[in-house]
Design a protein around this ligand. Structure first.
Ligand code: DX5
Ligand code: ZN
Length: 223
């Protein structure tokens, strides 16, 4: 198991848009490591969600860094819109760009951390020639685009194989983020498999019980 401190990156598309400020303050108080912003273009995934202006607004009231998940075609064309800061992380899908290595280098040039996201059906070997260019891998544990979906079971073993491969190839510091249906029960399994950052949406944080209490429960599950 990697020595990385596990953490939560709540899925802001699941926050209450009519009380977003309250949710941001509650999440920050609850000790989240990032705010996870799902950016969707209706082409790479059949949905639209958040945009750069929302991230800009949140940055005015919170120092929590941005974990920007680009579910868009050719993400390299849009990075400049996000005013990336040191400490942010940007995930681009391997399936979404012809020039993955160049895009990862462009992310790092901004001072942000670089991450490759893989859909459930995309094999780990697609990462083979960019392991030295990444700080994190985002494993989609559902098919991307919508909250409230069910875990794709095979992705647990995928996380396990990825952690083993990273540790065996001298990439112990590369983080693994699990994104999708991170329920209390699934978080335990994802952590045991080797994930260390958890995108929590309607399954664990934005649900009955309140953000503070749910974050406390989830943090126990991911130790
Ligand atoms: C899926 C999104 C996630 C997540 C939402 O495309 O990237 O943010 O699934 O949270 P859940 O799955 O818990 O509703
Ligand atoms: Zn996401």
């Amino acid at each position: 198991m990697s020595a990385i401190l596990p953490g939560v990156s709540p899925s802001m598309m699941c926050a209450d848009p009519l009380h977003l400020y309250d949710d941001v303050i509650a999440l920050e108080k609850g000790g989240v490591q990032f705010f996870h912003y799902d950016i969707m273009d209706g082409a790479f995934v059949p949905n639209f969600t958040l945009g750069p202006d929302l991230i800009k607004a949140v940055r005015k009231v919170s120092k929590v860094p941005a974990d920007i998940h680009m579910m868009v075609q050719s993400p390299e064309k849009h990075l400049h819109l996000f005013d990336l800061q040191k400490g942010d992380v940007v995930s681009v899908h391997q399936e979404s760009t012809i020039h993955l290595q160049r895009t990862l280098a462009a992310i790092k040039d901004t001072g942000a951390l670089s991450c490759v996201a893989l859909n459930p059906a995309t094999p780990l070997c697609m990462l083979e020639d960019v392991l030295d260019d990444i700080d994190m891998v985002l494993i989609m544990t559902v098919n991307p685009g919508f909250a409230g979906q069910k875990l794709v079971p095979s992705t647990l073993n995928k996380i396990f194989r990825l952690r083993k491969w990273l540790d065996e190839t001298g990439h112990e510091n590369v983080r693994i983020e699990a994104d999708g249906n991170v329920s209390f029960e699934n978080a335990v399994k994802m952590r045991a498999a080797g994930a260390d950052l958890f995108v929590a949406g309607t399954s664990a944080v934005f649900r009955a019980g309140g953000i503070g209490e749910n974050l406390k429960k989830l943090s126990v599950c991911i130790q």
